[in-house]
Design a protein around this ligand. Structure first.
Ligand code: ADP
Ligand code: AMP
Length: 214
């Protein structure tokens, strides 16, 4: 099963993608997590990506597409994968389509987690992230058991640099300009499914399982 998660920054793509990956036993591939791991390890890719991410801009397609195209050809992706945060532009969607076509494959589902802009600011301002294991919490709706500490690995939770209020509006604008057109792109391919992302996390997941099958 090959799935793309679509939606605004903070809509809950990662939260849902992790649950999909666990239930259907497929890898969760988050380009944001890959970039953040590279930043943490101070790689050349991380240094380049950070300059864009901190400004709320997209990392250029040429730094992003090859990374994903290589990743989805690894052995653990043979039975499928869930892409979270990729594609974010039409050229990225085309690069993905071309790479899969060469393997005689295509995507099965593009799931749009629909959340209006007015809820997004609250989602991102309350997000707390574990940079060690990638877990994500929300201080009100999905709090960790112990404030500021990751339930999974015990590391300190942080506010992502790009979740600062001054960057959030910029990221939303970038989403509307560059990523939202993918909704029509995948609708035209006949694989778009939409879920109401304003519901509690478990209800959103139940709707997704209804789409994908139990
Ligand atoms: P994305 O991957 O789309 O950027 P996240 O999955 O990181 O978004 O979610 C953004 C924030 O909203 C996080 O703090 C997360 O815990 C919280 N969140 C995710 N889904 C829900 C939900 N259904 N209801 C309330 N808060 C949610
Ligand atoms: P995310 O964790 O998905 O919210 O991504 C955080 C940031 O990483 C984004 O705001 C972008 O700067 C960058 N990023 C992640 N995925 C992509 C992508 N597919 N294309 C370009 N930039 C990306």
């Amino acid at each position: 099963m090959k799935i793309i998660m679509l939606g605004a920054p903070g809509a809950g793509k990662g939260t849902q993608a992790k649950q999909i990956a666990a239930k259907y036993d497929i890898p969760h591939i988050s380009t944001g997590d890959i970039f953040r791991a590279n930043i943490k390890n101070n790689t050349e890719l991380g240094q380049k990506a950070k300059t864009y991410m901190d400004q709320g801009l997209l990392v250029p397609d040429e730094l992003t597409c090859d990374l994903v195209v290589d990743r989805i050809q690894q052995d653990d992706c043979k039975t499928g994968f869930v892409l979270d945060g990729f594609p974010r532009t039409i050229p990225q969607a085309e690069a993905l389509e071309n790479a899969l076509a060469k393997l005689g494959q295509s995507m099965d589902y593009a799931i749009d987690v629909d959340v209006p802009d007015e809820n997004i600011v609250n989602r991102m301002s309350g997000r707390r992230a574990c940079l060690k294991c990638g877990a994500t919490y929300h201080i009100v709706s999905i709090p960790p058991k112990k404030e500021g500490v990751c339930d999974n690995c015990g590391s300190e939770l942080v506010i992502r640099d790009d979740d600062k209020p001054e960057t959030v509006q910029k990221r939303l604008n970038v989403y509307h300009e560059q990523t939202q057109p993918l909704i029509d792109f995948y609708s035209n391919k006949g694989i778009l499914k939409s879920v109401d992302g304003t519901q509690p996390m478990d209800r959103v997941f139940a709707d997704i399982v209804n789409i994908l099958g139990a």
